[in-house]
Design a protein around this ligand. Structure first.
Ligand SMILES: Cc1cc2nc3c(=O)[nH]c(=O)nc-3n(C[C@H](O)[C@H](O)[C@H](O)COP(=O)(O)OP(=O)(O)OC[C@H]3O[C@@H](n4cnc5c(N)ncnc54)[C@H](O)[C@@H]3O)c2cc1C
Ligand code: FES
Length: 361
């Protein structure tokens, strides 16, 4: 009992001390105005010291990705700090590799500006904009999935690559937060951004998007993402998705067939049961028009009500293994849960495919 009491009092004391230190830093330490230099003088800024690097960049309309909203859990806000970032913090190390630490890569949401700071930001990210949009409509796809169509107002167009995503601003009791959602509409519809959103019970971003109504204003920043579709039409495209991971894949498939109607492409989509199946008819219609487009849906947890299902069953990597011949030049895009991505990557590598892009969500 005495042991328990001492542990509780020690924990209470350290938490109180940490809180006091944070308050003292805010009230007593004035870092003044600091220089924030981006890409060796390309964009010199002056910012108020004491804020995080992520917040200072946002305040200056430099929207680097921050899928967890600055909590230090997603690792999306990595940027290179040349000098002035201070030592790497314990809150950063779980998300940084040794190589990244050696190359001065840091989490912008964890680094506080306390002196002049010199950073390097890829040109792509400096071009990211904040968009104002109007909800055109939404469609219920399944019991937990909705498609939301946004018309861009300002700026009126977005230039993106297939497979990229945006960060939607959602209201929360602690102020606005940003969440990442892939663009499911094709790149040849630049005035529209369509999303496929899975409702996460109690989730801030997904609940907000499931409740928007036609005419509502929605803000997002973007585009983000590292997907690059091969421009060589002889390279076969493999898309593998699970759940809302179909969103970027839909964009890739439509964009692909607008440009190369004869290109070979396989779409594998893993669902638990038929109640999770959507877009199947739409893709089957496309496959009729494009004979080199192959669509394979598989159920992993077939229920009693699914007895009429005559498609594939089992985890989606088993279908990938079953249908793909080895030794063909391919590029693959995987979007879905980490376990699915791990299993599919293993199968693809066994078949000789190493040009693989993925987004885990
Ligand atoms: C690059 C990228 C692209 C993405 N694209 C899409 C997309 O196209 N469509 C889409 O619906 N989502 C997508 N996501 C996920 C999305 O960004 C949010 O993480 C998701 O909508 C949950 O956010 P939230 O604010 O609703 O939940 P939060 O308020 O962040 O979380 C609420 C609670 O739910 C838990 N939680 C968070 N995420 C999940 C989850 N996926 N499953 C179960 N529990 C969870 C949290 O731990 C927390 O306890 C993408 C993510 C990334 C990184
Ligand atoms: S914003 Fe997610 S780790 Fe920094």
């Amino acid at each position: 009992m005495i042991y328990l009491l001492s542990v509780v009092s020690f924990a209470g004391l350290t938490t109180a001390l940490a809180a006091m230190l944070m308050i003292a830093e805010r009230l007593l330490i004035n870092y003044g105005i600091c220089k924030l230099d981006i890409n060796a003088g390309e964009k010199p800024l002056e910012v108020e010291g004491g804020q995080t690097l992520l917040a200072s960049l946002y305040a200056n309309e430099i929207f680097i990705p921050s899928a967890c909203g600055g909590k230090g859990t997603c690792g999306h806000c990595k940027i290179t700090i040349i000098s002035g970032g201070g030592p790497v913090l314990p809150t950063e190390t779980p998300l940084l590799t040794r190589k990244e630490i050696r190359s001065n890569v840091r989490l912008a949401c964890q680094v506080k500006i306390r002196e002049d700071i010199y950073v390097r930001i890829p040109e792509d990210l400096l071009n990211v904009r904040m968009f104002t949009t109007t909800v055109e409509g939404s469609v219920v796809l399944t019991y937990d999935m909705k498609e939301i169509r946004l018309r861009l107002d300002d700026p009126p167009d977005i230039s993106h690559r297939p497979g990229q995503y945006v960060q939607v601003q959602a209201p929360s009791p602690d102020g606005p937060v940003f969440r990442a959602y892939s663009i499911s509409s094709p790149v040849y519809e630049p005035s529209i951004v369509q999303l496929v959103v899975r409702l996460v019970p109690g989730g801030v971003g997904s609940t907000y998007l499931h409740n928007v109504k036609p005419g509502d204003t929605v803000f997002f920043t973007g585009p983000y993402g590292e997907f690059w579709l091969s421009e060589d039409p002889s390279v076969e495209i493999i898309c593998v998705g699970g759940g809302c991971g179909i969103a970027p894949i839909r964009n890739i498939v439509y964009t692909l067939y607008e440009r190369w109607p004869d290109r070979a492409c396989w779409l594998f989509f893993g669902c638990r049961a038929t109640r999770d199946v959507f877009y199947l008819e739409e893709f089957e219609e496309m496959a009729k028009k494009h004979p080199n487009f192959h669509v394979v849906y598989a159920l992993s947890d077939k229920l009693g009500e699914d007895e009429k299902w005559d498609g594939q069953t089992g985890f989606i990597h088993l279908s990938v293994d079953k249908y793909l011949e080895p030794g063909i030049r391919r590029q693959a895009f995987l979007c879905g849960p980490p376990l699915m991505i791990e299993a599919v990557t293993r199968v693809l590598k066994e078949k000789g495919t190493s040009d693989i892009f993925y987004d885990e969500f």
